[in-house]
Design a protein around this ligand. Structure first.
Ligand SMILES: Cc1cc2nc3c(=O)[nH]c(=O)nc-3n(C[C@H](O)[C@H](O)[C@H](O)COP(=O)(O)O)c2cc1C
Length: 215
């Protein structure tokens, strides 16, 4: 296994896969990496379909703007954000876990105020669609865990967010509307690792220069 730093540096978007299956052990490891991801208030909204069937992969390819590597990859993770993870029963459950696992003892500021926390947890369900952005953002964290784990295992992958029209993948797999498809992640072996793609510089991503290191 690579270190995290090595996996971050070696990862590329891979768009050509070998016709070689990915073992169940590796699939399990990739899912475990997703499961362990952090999420706001520990909501864990990520849900997955693991697609290996060739016909299903071909259908996914068609939906995802006919991107050929989706059909070619031996395993494709359909990565969903579950809005139900933001429903009141789920919120209450997670809030209770914060108490049971003594996480609350480490909270500070507003979150240390039991009345504020309680009010948040007990807030009645409004339109769950309001949580869409948060659910997808948290699911993206889990997906990047999967991507880096795949790299560390010697596999290639490519984020796919060109996932067709609203609800197309839901219809294909008969998924409820509360499951928002966030991305599709084809994973497999490759024999060609492309060179690194360009990135903007540190000075471009810093909104103000770092202070000189004090001695
Ligand atoms: C959220 C997201 C969505 C993406 N969607 C697609 C996609 O639909 N098709 C594709 O070929 N690449 C897709 N990519 C891959 C990007 O094009 C790629 O990450 C970027 O060009 C940098 O290249 P690298 O990943 O090899 O470093 C996506 C990447 C991200 C993070």
């Amino acid at each position: 296994m690579l270190t995290v730093g090595e996996a971050i540096r070696q990862r590329r978007s891979i768009r050509k896969f070998l016709d070689k299956p990915v073992s169940r052990k590796m699939i399990d490891e990739i899912l475990e990496a997703a499961r362990l991801a952090p999420s706001g208030s520990n909501r864990q909204p990520w849900r997955f379909l693991v697609v290996t069937d060739r016909e299903e992969r071909a259908k996914l390819r068609k939906i995802c703007w006919d991107q050929a590597f989706i059909e070619q990859a031996p395993v494709v993770f359909v990565c969903c954000a579950d809005l139900m993870a933001y429903s009141q029963p789920s919120r209450l459950k997670r809030a209770q876990e914060f108490i049971d696992t003594k996480v609350i003892e480490t909270l500070s500021g507003r979150f240390a105020d039991p009345e504020f926390r309680d009010a948040l947890a007990r807030m009645p369900d409004s339109d769950l669609g309001l949580f869409r952005a948060a659910a997808v953002a948290n699911t993206y964290i889990a997906i990047e865990h999967m991507v880096l784990t795949a790299t560390a295992l010697g596999l290639g992958s490519c984020w796919v967010a060109a996932i067709g029209g609203e609800g197309e993948i839901n219809t294909m797999f008969n998924l409820p509307g509360t499951l928002v498809v966030a991305a599709v992640l084809p994973v497999g072996y490759t024999d060609k690792i492309p060179p690194p793609r360009p990135r903007i510089s540190i000075s471009e991503i810093l909104l103000r220069p770092l202070e000189a290191e004090s001695r």
